[in-house]
Design a protein around this ligand. Structure first.
Ligand SMILES: Cc1cc2nc3c(=O)[nH]c(=O)nc-3n(C[C@H](O)[C@H](O)[C@H](O)COP(=O)(O)O)c2cc1C
Length: 195
């Protein structure tokens, strides 16, 4: 069965991201075709990228990098739960993505965002970042509004219609996560022939 991480993409005290990610995890739990796990960036306490060698070289030297890499490597796909900060994703999520390379390659990704315009600008930027990390991003996404899906911009009360969008996103993500396993196998075979 494919394994999918639900990544909590904000770390600030009082963040809305935790409630959103828990809702994603609860809805994911109703599905049987994949295993889902909550992965909270706050628990990894990553400093601003402090590896001397670029991550694409795969020479991780710090314990926090190795711990983060081991967790990310466990999964076939990811749901990035992202806020919108200044029309982009959070610095914490960008930093966590920057830390690694091979662990993201040939994996699938979906997005759940929130903000005054549904966080859609953050997702547009994340799609570009994901492409550079060789991730396949699914089309369906969930865009939650601070005005209509939160009370007082802070208590999460999602409108019912988002469940349809999230189920479509899960279907696409599970399907592509399975397919990307084949892609990883093929690229390993090709690498063996090259060496
Ligand atoms: C630094 C910062 C910048 C923000 N910029 C935007 C923005 O450009 N567009 C937007 O819709 N919301 C913006 N917001 C509002 C956030 O989307 C909202 O506060 C959200 O709850 C933040 O996610 P978090 O609570 O999980 O940290 C910003 C919030 C912060 C803290």
């Amino acid at each position: 069965m494919v394994k999918i991480a639900i990544v909590v993409g904000s770390t600030r005290p009082g963040r809305n991201g935790e409630a959103v990610a828990r809702w994603v995890y609860e809805l994911a739990g109703r599905r049987s075709e994949a295993q889902f796990e909550l992965v909270d960036l706050a628990e990894f306490d990553l400093p601003l990228l402090d590896e001397p060698v670029p991550p694409s070289m795969g020479q991780y030297s710090k314990e926090h990098t190795k711990r983060w890499a081991a967790k990310v490597a466990e999964f076939d796909g990811y749901v990035f739960v992202t806020p919108e900060y200044n029309h982009s994703t959070s610095g914490a999520l960008k930093n966590a993505l920057d830390y690694l390379y091979a662990e993201w390659n040939n994996k699938a990704a979906g997005f759940v965002s929130y903000g005054s315009a549904g966080g859609t600008r953050a997702v547009e930027q994340l799609r570009l970042i994901a492409a550079e990390l060789q991730m396949a991003t699914v089309r369906a996404q969930v865009a939650l509004s601070l005005f209509t899906d939160f009370e007082n911009f802070s208590t999460f009360r999602p409108s019912a219609h988002h469940e349809m969008a999230i189920n479509t996103m899960f279907e696409q993500l599970v399907s592509w996560s399975r397919a990307m396993r084949t892609v990883r196998e093929q690229s390993q075979i090709a690498a063996t022939y090259r060496s």
